[in-house]
Ligand binder design. Structure first.
Ligand SMILES: Cc1cc2nc3c(=O)[nH]c(=O)nc-3n(C[C@H](O)[C@H](O)[C@H](O)COP(=O)(O)OP(=O)(O)OC[C@H]3O[C@@H](n4cnc5c(N)ncnc54)[C@H](O)[C@@H]3O)c2cc1C
Length: 410
């Protein structure tokens, strides 16, 4: 069969309503929901999987990258730091940041970055408990698949889950889907990452009496690119499989059949990898494998302002927080509120991987700590209003500062 079919017209029941709907329960969505709930709003978080954390937990990307600039100065505070502490509340898997959590000297802090490795399952359970305590309604197994609009305002998000299709009435929406799904559905301007994504498929394995993380497809090295500095681990017996693209295949992250091909190709490579190590060590078995696609950069909001990596150290008057560059020591970027809101849709914000940045900057803002920074800012903004182009940015900054966020380099 080919051609097309017309879907039947149907009434979609408005089953609930909330002040702030957060779409996507990754790090950005968790931070957004916490901030909006603490700001006194009725928050619903919808997540297509059945656990929180997105790539950081279900994707097993368990390295909480640095909160510091690599020169001994902490640049990410607020929820970025709170979530790091929560992620290792019951112990770090590796790299406990002693110099930062136990009053190290400035020399220690210049040497050791404020980074840690957490257990993904403990973290997912712990943040779920926190969100429930804050009164956030979590709807798992629920895909945001359309929006209803009046003019430039989203009035409801249409969802699909085991109950079928239903609508949730909203005052504002924070898109934390990682792929700017809501932005695209609502007709906000969006952009795709030009380079696409290489395959990755992280997994935990047991061998020789211990469980370890295999960063399979650690670095995305596009054709013609040199490996990023530090991406080749020294003296590691598994280095050869930790580094580089697993295959020549590149994928956009926003095409259904292509995503399935990417995941099955990555699974195939992972299976080969496991068998290869089992040849010399039959105790080698996978313990858990990533259960969502590992996508670095796919689709984002093309918002009111687009931040570029040339802005290192530049003062942004509407800054909502800062980030360092996980790849190198030194650079610090102030992230403007303009990267979070759309020119076209008045009550929509983006956070995490979805914010408005150029392709080179995207590689910096897509990782866990800046996703928490932009999630916190979006949730806080949504607790102050729902017409984001007209929001009182000074009031937002005051609220963020009172929650311990640092906005400017100096
Ligand atoms: C191979 C790889 C290695 C990485 N390594 C690191 C690392 O070592 N350290 C680090 O800090 N970062 C790392 N990152 C980046 C980082 O993990 C993620 O970019 C970050 O966690 C993204 O958070 P997020 O909340 O923006 O998005 P995501 O984690 O992608 O969360 C989005 C959530 O939204 C849900 N969702 C999507 N669409 C819908 C929809 N339509 N309706 C409902 N729910 C939806 C998803 O299920 C998901 O839970 C890595 C990424 C990759 C791909």
């Amino acid at each position: 069969m080919s051609g097309y079919i017309l879907e039947r017209e149907r009434k979609v029941e408005i089953v609930a309503s909330c002040d702030v709907l957060v779409a996507g329960g990754g790090i950005a969505g968790i931070a957004a929901a916490i901030a909006a709930a603490r700001g006194g709003k009725k928050v619903t978080l919808i997540e297509r999987e059945y656990a929180l954390g997105g790539m950081a937990t279900l994707g097993l990307v368990t390295i909480y990258l640095p909160l510091c600039d690599g020169q001994g100065n902490q640049v990410i505070f607020g929820l970025g730091e709170e979530l790091l502490r929560l992620s290792i509340e019951h112990g770090a898997e590796a790299n406990y940041p002693k110099a930062w959590l136990e009053g190290g000297s400035s020399e220690d802090r210049a040497r050791e970055r404020f980074i840690t490795q957490f257990n993904p399952h403990m973290f997912a359970l712990r943040v779920e408990k926190l969100l429930l305590e804050l009164g956030v309604t979590i709807l798992y197994g629920t895909l945001a698949c359309d929006v209803a609009k009046e003019g430039d305002t989203i009035t409801a998000v249409i969802t699909q889950n085991k109950s079928g299709r239903s609508a949730i009435g909203v005052r504002s929406v924070i898109d934390c889907t990682g792929d700017a799904d809501i932005c695209a559905l609502a007709g906000a301007a969006t952009a795709l990452h030009e380079g696409g994504n290489g395959l990755a498929s992280w997994y935990y394995y047991y061998a020789g009496g211990k469980v370890s993380l295999k960063m399979f497809g650690l670095a995305d090295i596009a054709p013609g690119q040199a490996p990023p500095p530090g991406s080749v681990p020294e003296g590691d017996p598994y280095a050869a499989v930790k580094v580089g693209s697993l295959d020549k295949m590149r994928f956009t992250g926003v095409d259904g059949p292509e995503l399935s091909r990417a995941v099955t190709a990555a699974h195939g490579k992972m299976y080969e990898d496991i068998l290869r190590f089992r040849e010399s060590d039959e105790s080698y078995v996978p313990v858990t494998i990533s259960t969502i696609p590992l996508v670095r950069m796919s689709r984002r909001l093309a918002g009111a302002y687009t931040l570029d990596d040339a802005g290192d150290g530049k003062r942004m008057e509407d800054s909502i927080g800062m980030t360092g560059d996980w790849r190198k020591r030194g650079p610090v970027y102030e992230i403007p509120f303009g990267t979070l809101y759309s020119r076209e849709i008045r009550n929509l914000l983006a956070a995490g991987r979805d914010i408005s940045v150029t392709d080179p900057m995207w590689d910096i803002t897509r990782v866990i700590p800046p996703c928490a920074v932009t999630g916190e800012a979006a949730g806080t903004a949504a607790s102050l209003g729902d017409d984001f182009a007209k929001l009182d940015v000074r009031a937002l900054q005051d609220r963020l500062t009172s929650n311990n966020v640092k906005l400017h380099v100096t």
